[in-house]
Unconditional design. Structure first.
Length: 256
């Protein structure tokens, strides 16, 4: 994740600037079915799938005062809730963090995620955001607008799926289960389960690599490592909690 410190320059009202940016983007997206809820622009497609654009201001405590990023998400209810039988009563909207397919502006165009400096020209920021949404976000939203489309085409958009792509098999199992294809749901669940067990066994045997900067400390299992210089360290061992979670989920969903 990309952060940078903003040097103290002119005083700005970040709330007003983000309002202006969001309202401009919303004016473009409202005719397409999006509705505005706070800092979130949201629309339902295929009745209950959510497509989300969220404006996030940087936290001053993290040295990010005066910065803003734009989060993107697609929520499939059964993937979020890990349940085949979803209550038909849905909320007015869902947050980006409820989504199971995520990305950010910048990343979706094959670059680093973008943190916009709100001290810069607001009109240029708006033009940049609207252009990227038009070119790199809406086309993906138009394709991934149904369960069948997500099953068929999700893998074609890795830049729009930067956080949960490792869960694709599990989430496809959830979708097939929701659609009533229990056998396919079981098949995909077991494929994901085997991959999770294999990863666990590999980490137990060979460990995993983590990059530490000089002075950084990591505590994992029985290891307590403080880096003497920048570089990679090997952490041995693995948590079995995810495997236990999958065993419980298989029982709850009658997948075995």
């Amino acid at each position: 994740m990309f952060f940078r410190q903003i040097r103290k320059q002119k005083s700005i009202n970040t709330t007003e600037i983000v309002d202006e940016i969001e309202n401009s983007v919303y004016s473009r997206l409202k005719p397409l079915g999006f509705r505005k809820f706070g800092r979130t622009l949201h629309r339902f497609v295929s009745e209950d799938l959510s497509q989300v654009i969220n404006f996030q201001s940087g936290l001053p405590a993290q040295g990010m005062s005066g910065l803003m990023c734009v989060n993107l998400g697609i929520r499939v209810p059964e993937c979020d809730e890990k349940n085949f039988h979803i209550n038909n009563e849905k909320k007015k909207y869902y947050h980006e963090y409820d989504s199971n397919i995520h990305s950010r502006l910048g990343t979706v165009s094959g670059k680093k995620e973008t943190w916009y400096d709100l001290r810069n020209n607001t009109k240029k920021i708006i033009e940049s955001i609207r252009k990227e949404i038009d070119e790199a976000v809406l086309p993906v939203f138009e394709v991934l607008n149904s369960r069948d489309a997500i099953l068929s085409h999700r893998r074609e958009y890795p830049l729009f799926d930067t956080l949960n792509s490792h869960l694709i098999l599990l989430e496809e199992s959830m979708i097939y289960g929701r659609l009533g294809d229990t056998e396919k749901a079981k098949e995909l669940f077991e494929a994901y389960y085997r991959s999770a067990v294999s990863e666990y066994e590999d980490q137990m045997k060979n460990g995993r690599q983590e990059y530490l900067k000089k002075g950084e400390r990591v505590i994992f299992m029985d290891q307590d490592i403080t880096a003497e210089k920048d570089g990679w360290v090997t952490l041995y061992g693995a948590s079995h909690k995810h495997i236990e979670y999958l065993d419980q989920l298989a029982k709850e969903l009658d997948l075995r």
